[in-house]
Design a binder for this molecule. Structure first.
Ligand SMILES: Cc1cc2nc3c(=O)[nH]c(=O)nc-3n(C[C@H](O)[C@H](O)[C@H](O)COP(=O)(O)OP(=O)(O)OC[C@H]3O[C@@H](n4cnc5c(N)ncnc54)[C@H](O)[C@@H]3O)c2cc1C
Length: 310
């Protein structure tokens, strides 16, 4: 029978790794199971994390793992958690490689995945000159001629946001949209061009975009792109476990320490927030690590009391 660990952390991005650091320092036996596909892996540089501004995602992870390895009660498994059975106090995690781990508590730090719009040429520029988050990469694209590709109800909000980094934006809806006449007028009076025809392709060289071509033959020069991807959960595990979701599809938490609606299951990082940033994920991981430790300490206290009475 496998050892009953204190916690299993599914996902080794900043959320899972910061939780592992907190739990390792709290002398807890922990396994970090990580598939190794963090959301920002396409980028050359990460921004906005104090003391780490401009760091390569791989280097960020290398430093994190090296520091956590100082705490021998934390182990790492390069694997995918595919199934979780059991309940608070004894979860059983099965992996793709055929291993099983048992843990009293669970942290789901599985992140989110970006589904890119099906536009020819977009993957060539993604992470190089096309990005999803202006807080992450807006500074690098500041003052450029920016194509902003967005659909749905967030068109105006996205346009307003990107204007914070460049005055020169061109909106593309890549086909039919739901803008009202009044909203189109809002764009017109602000001199923001709107192209609502389908995009044929994005033309680039070495990852640097130089124009967006529309199906009708129109070609629009630009030197950067922001687009709105569709976000999906990094794994089905939170839903399979019955974790409640928020209306926007994140996993709901019942306290600031990342406790989910399922006893013994904590969540941290992108999977549980709309503010998708490395520092936010790391902070949520630290909080969840403390939350898990608090539950383990409370349970140990109870058990000690019962032993004393026996
Ligand atoms: C293009 C791009 C650029 C970005 N740039 C920045 C930036 O400059 N600055 C910034 O602050 N933020 C940036 N972000 C956002 C940032 O990447 C995320 O906020 C952050 O990675 C979230 O951390 P996380 O730990 O929640 O998830 P992730 O970092 O995505 O890590 C989740 C991990 O869980 C693993 N996983 C999922 N399911 C399983 C499973 N079943 N079993 C095992 N492992 C599993 C995944 O493989 C992955 O390794 C960027 C995002 C994108 C898309």
């Amino acid at each position: 029978m496998e050892q009953l660990l204190d916690a299993a952390i599914i996902g080794g991005g900043p959320a899972g790794l910061n939780a592992a650091l907190v739990l390792g320092r709290a002398r807890k036996n922990v396994i970090v199971i990580d598939e190794g596909l963090p959301r920002n892996r396409v980028t050359h540089e990460s921004h906005g994390f104090l003391t780490r501004d401009g760091i390569k995602p791989d280097e960020f992870r290398r430093i994190a793992v090296e520091q956590i390895r100082a705490y021998p009660s934390v182990r790492f498994a390069a694997d995918i958690a595919v199934d979780i059975a059991g309940a608070d106090g004894d979860f059983k995690i099965s992996t793709k490689e055929g291993r099983t781990y048992r843990a009293k508590k669970l942290l789901l730090a599985v992140g989110k995945k970006d589904r890119l719009p099906a536009i020819e040429g977009l993957t060539d520029v993604y992470g190089k000159s096309a990005f999803v988050c202006p807080y992450c990469d807006g500074w690098e694209l500041r003052d450029r001629e920016l194509a902003v590709i967005v659909k749905g109800e967030h068109i105006l909000h996205f346009a307003k946001t990107i204007l914070g980094w460049s005055d020169r934006i061109i909106l593309f809806t890549n086909g039919p949209h739901e803008l009202t006449d009044a909203q189109r007028e809002e764009l017109r009076v602000r001199n923001i061009p709107l192209h609502d025809g389908p995009i044929r392709r994005i033309v680039s060289e070495d990852g640097m975009v130089n124009r967006v071509e529309l199906e009708d033959g129109f070609s629009v020069p630009c030197t950067g792109i922001f687009f709105a991807p569709t976000l999906v959960a990094g794994s089905d595990l939170p839903q399979a476990l019955g974790c409640e979701l928020t209306p926007t599809g994140s996993v709901a938490t019942t306290n600031a320490l990342g406790k989910s609606s399922v006893p013994g299951v904590f969540v941290a990082g992108d999977i549980a927030t709309e503010m998708n940033q490395l520092i936010q994920a790391a902070a949520m991981g630290a909080m969840a690590g403390a939350g898990i430790n608090a539950e383990l300490l409370a349970e140990a206290w109870e058990a000690r009391g019962q032993m004393g009475q026996g």
